[in-house]
Design a protein around this ligand. Structure first.
Ligand SMILES: [Zn+2]
Ligand SMILES: [Zn+2]
Length: 243
């Protein structure tokens, strides 16, 4: 299994720097996690849009889902052009508006998930835990071939995440705030929280993501590592992690 970071900025994209998007691949099968602002154009540096048929959205904040509308249109047009022959399956938290938006475009289908769900998508088994965030949001665990990737999406720190991410081969944890800031109020984690999660879950490799548009990002890594897990880096667009 491998994971390509497509984008990792929190809130809004930087110039040529997309928001949340992660391409998970194994044996020629591809799954996109989140499709935030800027993801659709950057994604095409690595894969033809018609070669992805499954997209999981962790929640409906624009930095995680705003490019899905354009993805639906690409599938519509490319199906008519004979370049795609599969539906685009979009998975997300239950939401009537999102279901209507997806299914209003031909060749696209919506399925909801929640904390009880176990989705089998190609070679990937996906499970979820509910986050602490202003809208319904889930962390996701993807297991394939005895390897696991856990992506927290957006959340305040919660002890549930430690168990959920236990011994993950790759933990992609949000790190929206610098040490000392108030994560609980905004539904996000500081670098200290991300470090505690990295250490207590015993994750083998850790990427800090959903990064802030201010300050020295290296301070996030220094702060997170202080909690005891040394294998922590910043997520960067285009980064490939092979497990
Ligand atoms: Zn976000
Ligand atoms: Zn959010």
């Amino acid at each position: 299994m491998e994971c390509r970071v497509i984008g990792m900025w929190g809130g809004f994209p930087k110039k040529n720097g997309p928001c949340s998007g992660y391409l998970i691949q194994h044996d020629g099968f591809s799954l996109l996690i989140d499709c935030g602002s800027g993801v659709l154009t950057a994604l095409q540096n690595y894969i033809d849009l018609n070669d992805i048929d499954h997209v999981i959205l962790t929640h409906y904040h624009y930095d995680h889902f705003s490019d899905i509308g354009a993805y639906l249109f690409s599938r519509l047009v490319n199906t008519h052009l004979g370049r795609a022959d599969e539906e685009l399956c979009v998975y997300g938290p239950e939401d009537e508006d999102m279901k209507k938006q997806v299914e209003a475009v031909a060749y696209s289908r919506f399925s909801s998930f929640n904390e009880e769900s176990q989705l089998e998508i190609g070679p990937f088994t996906c499970t979820f835990v509910r986050n602490i965030h202003p809208v319904e949001t889930y962390s996701i665990k993807i297991v394939c071939d005895n390897k696991s990737i856990v992506f927290t999406s957006d959340t305040s720190f919660t002890n549930d995440l430690i168990l959920f991410a236990a011994n993950a081969d790759l933990l992609i944890t949000e790190c929206s705030l610098y040490e000392g800031m108030d994560g609980a109020a905004s539904g996000h984690m500081t670098s200290e929280h991300a470090g505690i999660l990295a250490y207590q879950s015993n994750a083998k490799k850790v990427l800090l993501t959903h990064l802030p548009h201010y300050g020295d990002l290296n301070d996030l890594v220094v702060s997170a590592k202080k909690q005891g897990n040394e294998n922590i880096d910043l997520a960067e667009p285009g980064m490939l992690i092979e497990l």
